[in-house]
Design a protein around this ligand. Structure first.
Ligand SMILES: *Cc1c(COP(=O)(O)O)cnc(C)c1O
Length: 395
């Protein structure tokens, strides 16, 4: 049987929360409160997706025709939010020794038109947020206007830089809560901030712009939850994988098109109490989840330590490891080899965003490191439910 490359950490507790109507009462508010507390910000606002929250932020901050700095190597939904909100992405290549943006290139990318920097902590590896803050403050002084810092924590969930959560620095943080993330509320996303006014504006924006029926969406999400639970049963997953390889599941698993800038149809739907009730249970497992992810990641680093065919970047203190990622020359060979052993390896971000057809017009230089990563990364399953028997298959 096949061990999946990812697996949401749901059990009977989420199912019970979902089925009990009393749990849903006021769940969004309670979820937001617990979420803000866990990630050490004062406020949180839940949206249909993380990208919806990001779009809303750019709107309430009044960013229009502005340059927004972002990594060349990241999940393309970030750039979709930038463009669809009426702004322009400015790409920064990754550093050679990190999954994240190169600090010197970041500094050079700031111009008088820059109004925001998306500080992404990819795969859970934190950036030096203090160094970014210094770079941004220097530019603010030089250009005489505010430059927002948005921590993209969709992968990093509570990652720390020098013992402080990255959410302490900057103006707001974005989190994604679909089933592929460290924490999940079926779908949805969260924006956290310490600024009362930003939070008020976000909640007002959500109220004015949410479309669609909450009740119908709740039913859809409930069905989706059970479908997911069934999909990830060991027996079903083997079949699911076969369907996926044949391309029958593209509609469900493919989240991008090379030549389109778009949001999903339900992007502006209201968040539901159903999802919040599940999310509330899921985030209560946070500390245990991170501990297990770190343990599993340590296992791979150690196991491959002396193998010259695979390269892991240095571990960073405070990283939360949404994915355990490594670089290899021929990744298809790795995927095949491990598939035979019963382990599904993931290939996560198969593009450098400025090289995608939809984004070529925003490309202003070359992004060799992002290009390289986009062709050579693989990731090993490191979710909490990974058992020792799964790890044995690796060897
Ligand atoms: C998933 C993700 C997001 C946003 O998530 P959605 O909820 O899917 O919109 C943002 N940034 C990164 C790096 C992500 O991986």
């Amino acid at each position: 049987m096949l061990s999946p490359r990812l697996k949401p950490y749901f059990n009977i507790r989420e199912t019970l929360a979902l089925l009990n109507p009393f749990n849903k009462f006021g769940a969004i508010k309670r979820f937001e409160k617990a979420f803000a507390k866990l990630f050490e910000n004062k406020y949180a606002t839940m949206f249909a997706h993380g990208r919806t929250g990001m779009y809303a932020l750019f709107k309430v901050w009044g960013l229009k025709d502005a340059e927004i700095i972002c990594p060349a190597y990241t999940c393309v939904v970030v750039q979709h939010a930038i463009v669809l909100s009426g702004n322009k992405p400015v790409f920064v290549d990754s550093a050679k020794d990190s999954w994240n943006m190169d600090y010197d290139l970041l500094e050079k990318a700031i111009t008088p038109q820059t109004r925001c920097v998306v500080v992404t902590h990819l795969f859970g590896y934190p950036m030096d947020v203090n160094r970014v803050d210094k770079i941004v403050k220097k530019s603010e002084e030089k250009f005489g206007h505010k430059i927002y810092q948005l921590q993209d924590c969709a992968h990093s969930y509570g990652a720390k830089w020098e013992n402080e959560m990255v959410t302490k620095v900057g103006d707001a943080a974005i989190f994604g809560l679909n089933i592929s993330k460290i924490m999940s509320a079926i779908f949805s996303g969260m924006i956290t901030t310490n600024h009362a006014q930003t939070d008020e504006l976000l909640k007002a924006f959500r109220k004015e712009n949410s479309k669609g029926n909450r009740f119908v969406k709740s039913i859809h999400r409930t069905l989706y939850y059970f479908a997911i639970r069934i999909t990830f049963l060991p027996i079903t997953y083997t079949i699911t994988n076969w369907l996926e390889q044949k391309g029958y599941l593209d509609r469900f698993v493919k989240y991008y098109d090379n030549d389109k800038i778009y949001f999903p149809k339900d992007w502006d739907s209201p968040p539901t109490n159903t999802e919040a009730a599940v999310g509330l249970i899921n985030i209560s497992k946070y500390h245990r989840v991170i501990e297990l992810r770190r343990k599993n990641t340590d296992f791979y680093y150690k196991y491959f330590e002396k193998n010259n065919d695979i390269k892991f970047l240095d571990q960073v203190k405070g990283a939360t490891y949404s994915h355990c990622v490594a670089l290899v020359e021929n990744r298809n060979a790795w995927v095949e080899k491990y598939h035979k052993k019963g382990i599904q390896l993931g290939i996560l971000i198969e593009y450098a965003v400025p090289e995608m057809d939809a984004y070529k017009k925003y490309k202003t230089s070359e992004y060799p490191v992002a290009q390289y990563y986009s062709k050579h990364t693989i990731n090993f399953p490191n979710y909490p439910g990974l058992r020792n028997v799964d790890k044995k298959k690796i060897q």
